[in-house]
Design a protein around this ligand. Structure first.
Ligand code: ZN
Length: 236
């Protein structure tokens, strides 16, 4: 705890004085983050650090396994954060960010290790689709490390699908006001992979040229009023 308290002192004595005007502006004008990032609670995966974002730039929601419970499973912190970010703050981008060496994904692979963590075990049911995909659609003789990585990548895609079940997200996509992104942070190399929804694969961001389009898991397309729809005929 000593390091943490020292950090607070350093922030208050050396950092905050130089940033006070910025913090005051963020209170006066309110926050206007451009993106919501749903990331793992893992201490090595800090969205603000990875993106070098400052205060006010990212709306962040972190939990074990960067999980998005599908809508309708009851009220919850993740659902509330999504709704607030999309409806009240009007973020234009929502990111689900997974990572290498994820403990939650290890738990998914070895449920017996979760015997004393019933809440974690129950929470991870929102990732069972990813576990099934890797078990049934990937080669059975995969190296355990490769299997773990595949599971973490598939989990990002499964959570993006869960994200679309939230009415605020579905409406934002249909209005052309929202884009969804799937990221994977490789802790040991610092590489960030982004899911290209059209190609159906993850691409390293450093492989893009500076003007390259950032891969998007799902772009938004303005939905036209359904042309096939005809109002029911009034009863004669
Ligand atoms: Zn994790």
């Amino acid at each position: 705890m000593d390091n943490i308290i020292e950090g607070i002192s350093e922030f208050q004595d050396k950092v905050f004085p130089g940033q006070q005007a910025m913090y005051q502006r963020l209170v006066r004008d309110g926050q206007q983050p451009k993106a919501l990032i749903i990331a793992c609670a893992d201490s090595r995966v800090s969205p603000e650090h990875i993106t070098q974002a400052g205060p006010g730039e990212l709306f962040v929601c972190r939990n074990a396994g960067n999980i998005v419970p599908p809508f309708s499973t009851g009220t919850g912190g993740v659902s509330s954060a999504i709704e607030y970010a999309v409806v009240a703050l009007g973020v234009r981008d929502v990111v689900v960010c997974g990572h290498s060496d994820c403990g939650a994904m290890k738990g998914l692979m070895s449920p017996e290790a979760l015997a004393r963590m019933p809440n974690v075990a129950a929470w991870l049911r929102h990732s069972h689709a990813a576990e099934r995909i890797v078990c049934e659609a990937y080669p059975a003789d995969m190296d355990p490390k490769e299997r773990h990585r595949a599971l973490a990548l598939e989990n990002v895609i499964v959570q993006l699908a869960n994200l679309r079940t939230h009415p605020s997200v579905a409406a934002g996509l249909a209005k052309g006001q929202l884009r969804l992104h799937g990221w994977f942070f490789e802790i040991e190399t610092g590489t960030l992979l982004a899911y290209d929804g059209e190609a159906g694969r993850f691409l390293p961001l450093d492989a893009l040229d500076s003007a390259g389009d950032f891969p998007v898991a799902q772009g938004s397309a303005v939905r036209m009023a359904a042309p096939e729809y005809a109002p029911p005929q009034a009863a004669a």
